[in-house]
Design a protein. Structure first.
Lengths: 458, 458
């Protein structure tokens, strides 16, 4: 049984695989911050070298931003050509004082819930990305070759809006086309139930800066008489939702479908524990639209969230300044056929309508992508689902996902390649937050899952 | 004419006096930031040494925070005992990138409007404080003695809420009592009209921090379902004013007097140029209560201003975080008989009432002082007004002031000493802002004004 030999090798090699991941996690490849540009490059070099060590023809490919890593390896004609996508960049780490250790000095930790790999990027997405590479490494060690023709495609800008991705895919479309694009950047349904994600929310990112006076003022001298841009910004932010939690941007709900009753029934059958989901983060009540379940809110309903707000003096102590500027970063999660560009226009018009005299606004664009829903009739879906079910305690589920992975849509629209989203993250991985971790079980069984999927598809 | 000799010496000594001020301005005595504690101490030492060089018995006096500087000098029995108050601490300097030069590398600059001393603290309050010391220096050089018994009292916590001031005044009340407390921390009415400020607004400083989830979350995973504390904070801030600019804190206007018609007539007679006042800072329309003039707003009406707001990711780029916390610093300027402690309670109750389930709030207290209105029937007022009128092109005015100088009320209530507020700052001094300056004319004629006042009172 060759699959068994591969799985046994994965088990035996787990300590070395973990060390390799820790090495990659030590590179602080924060893509959104220009200070870490050289580190992003270093992470790309690391991946190129690792792929080359597996006999893969890999190279760093320049972009106007951080480089892509692309690798190819040939395989038998009767097996499908698989592309594998992941990203080597990570989120910023602030607030740093909430981390228990240096986010870029990762380690394997024993916790009451089991062993975890702790560090920025452990789950999103370096740990996930390495599950696939480690599966290939074990396969190659046992067989001397890989089971099918493969393309590896890793980007370094996923956490900063992927500005180079679409142009790169368009320019290299022939090279990147494959039968399936396996994307490892999603999660399990829970620790027993693996998942293939077939619905993703879209994302519109907007930053607005309100300017009132042309300089910072003394609030004692000017307060009352001069307009305060924080007050203006707060009124705008407060107006984005009504009292029932609905988003008030005109036309926002155009194209939002009602959930298919069959899908709702399947979701209801998952036994999602709303109380535990919120309880894990210190909350008890869903905060969104009053007539929706928490699962419906995060998988199938659009949102508007302020991700950051800033204005005036925010240091220690007190400063009676009336600031010139105040700004906010706002993201909209989109579903169904919502049009991100129409919503951007409507949002900006709404903001401009709310500006008092003497105030101006500037907008910065942080990306716009439509929601994705994937056709699961391709045969790879059922095979992958069966392979996952063989590895984990319970059968795999087709699920939705609150996050946005715009690349899934790009594979479909630019390359005509159907995306297959399989990942092993957990809800408590604290991605984008302090103390990010990846369960050692996610890493281990993730590697084993890919070996099973390769076996099933080849 | 001995006054003429003193004035002539002030004119001759102006370059040296300016150099001394530049030396004091080079000490970054930011009281609100613990990183500058040693610098605050250094500024206090500098003042002690300078007072001692004038034969004044001066010493640094410890407090739980930054030290007081207290000096005494004896004088003839038939002249009043004058106390002089100023503060040696300064405001923080951010945003640093808006300064044209290092705020603590001050210099004398030629500008289209005349020569200015540029640097943090030039106007607020080191430059003002030095006008009085320089007047004493010139007097002493001509006469060998000072004209009256004097107490010098400088604090180093004025820009951070003066936490040590009241206890220190209470513990040293006998030592600090005098006939008049001259406070140099206010402004001219304009470049022709000097002023004695007889009305000051009070100040209530509040900081609130809203907590929703107990950790930062991924807005894609939790957005919509988990309450966002920035949204909650924005609703609270937005609700502090109604659409007509009135402040909505229950009971806020209790104790706010209508302006005395005679005083309103005097103010109307000042020919205050509302358009120029706002135009100087890039605005055109008063933003406060719709039925009040800008002068009324800043001198006689209470305000509520957000001085800082912060939550989530505020660095470069974008991060789809749903933060655990969001906070704001809010100051209220108070007038008449408004009770700062009652308003604090009412404000906090209003905030708590607006909290949704699952959210908590913490408050930090940044000081509370009542408004001040001073009795101008004491004879020193008229003498000082005449002396000021002799120095400046036009006659001096009794005016109000939008800022808060709590110490003025403390002199009255704790020591029974009537305060006399005379200063030479200008509206465009950019105190608390980048590029703070003090006109060389303010400094020069300020020193000359104090020499005249000393002559008139002694």
């Amino acid at each position: 049984m060759t699959l068994d030999a591969v799985l046994a090798r994965i088990d035996a090699d787990l300590p070395q695989a973990t060390d390799r991941l820790l090495e990659l996690l030590r590179i602080p490849s924060i893509s959104t911050d220009p200070a870490y540009k050289a580190d992003c490059d270093r992470a790309a070099n690391w991946l190129v070298a690792d792929l080359q060590s597996l006999g893969i023809d890999a190279a760093k490919r320049p972009t106007p931003g951080h480089p892509m890593v692309v690798g190819h390896v040939d395989g038998p004609d009767d097996a499908p050509h698989l592309l594998f996508y992941g990203h080597y960049d990570v989120q910023p780490v602030d607030p740093l004082d909430l981390w228990d250790r240096d986010p870029f000095d990762p380690e394997l930790q024993d916790t009451p819930k089991g062993r975890v790999i702790r560090g920025r990027g452990a789950s999103d997405d370096k740990g996930q990305l390495m599950t696939f590479i480690e599966a290939c490494r074990a396969w190659k060690a046992e067989h001397g070759t890989l089971p099918c023709r493969m393309t590896f495609f890793f980007e370094g800008e996923e956490e900063s809006g992927s500005p180079s991705l679409v142009p790169f895919m368009q320019e290299n479309a022939e090279e990147l086309k494959s039968d399936y694009a396996m994307i490892c950047d999603t999660g399990l349904f829970d620790s027993r139930v693996p998942a293939i994600t077939t619905m993703l929310r879209g994302l519109l990112g907007e930053e607005l800066t309100i300017t009132g006076p042309d300089k910072d003022l003394h609030s004692g001298m000017y307060g009352g008489a001069a307009i305060n841009p924080i007050r203006v910004l707060s009124r705008i932010v407060a107006a984005l939702h009504d009292d029932t939690g609905r988003i008030t941007v005109p036309g926002f709900y155009d194209g939002v479908p009602e959930l298919d009753p069959a899908l709702r029934a399947q979701w209801d059958g998952l036994g999602f524990d709303h109380g535990a989901f919120l309880g894990d983060v210190g909350l008890s009540q869903p905060a969104g639209e009053q007539d929706r379940s928490a699962l419906e809110m995060i998988w199938s309903r659009p949102t508007c969230e302020v991700n950051g707000i800033q204005g005036g003096y925010t240091g220690d102590g007190f400063k009676t300044v009336l600031p010139s500027k105040a700004s906010a970063k706002i993201s909209f999660r989109l579903v169904g056929d919502q049009d991100p560009l129409a919503i951007r226009d409507s949002f900006r018009a709404m903001v401009r309508d709310m500006l008092p005299p003497d105030c101006t606004v500037e907008f910065a664009d942080h990306g716009a992508s439509k929601a994705g829903q994937f056709d699961i009739s391709a045969p790879a879906y059922d095979k992958a689902r069966q392979a996952l079910s063989d590895e984990w305690p319970d059968a795999a589920a087709y699920i939705g996902c609150g996050g946005s992975i715009p690349i899934a849509g790009h594979f479909q629209s630019i390359l005509g390649t159907p995306p297959v989203l399989i990942g092993f993250g957990k809800d408590d991985d604290q991605i984008h937050s302090p103390n990010e971790k990846y369960d050692l079980e996610s890493f281990h069984k993730g590697i084993r899952s890919w070996a099973r999927i390769l076996d099933a598809l080849s």
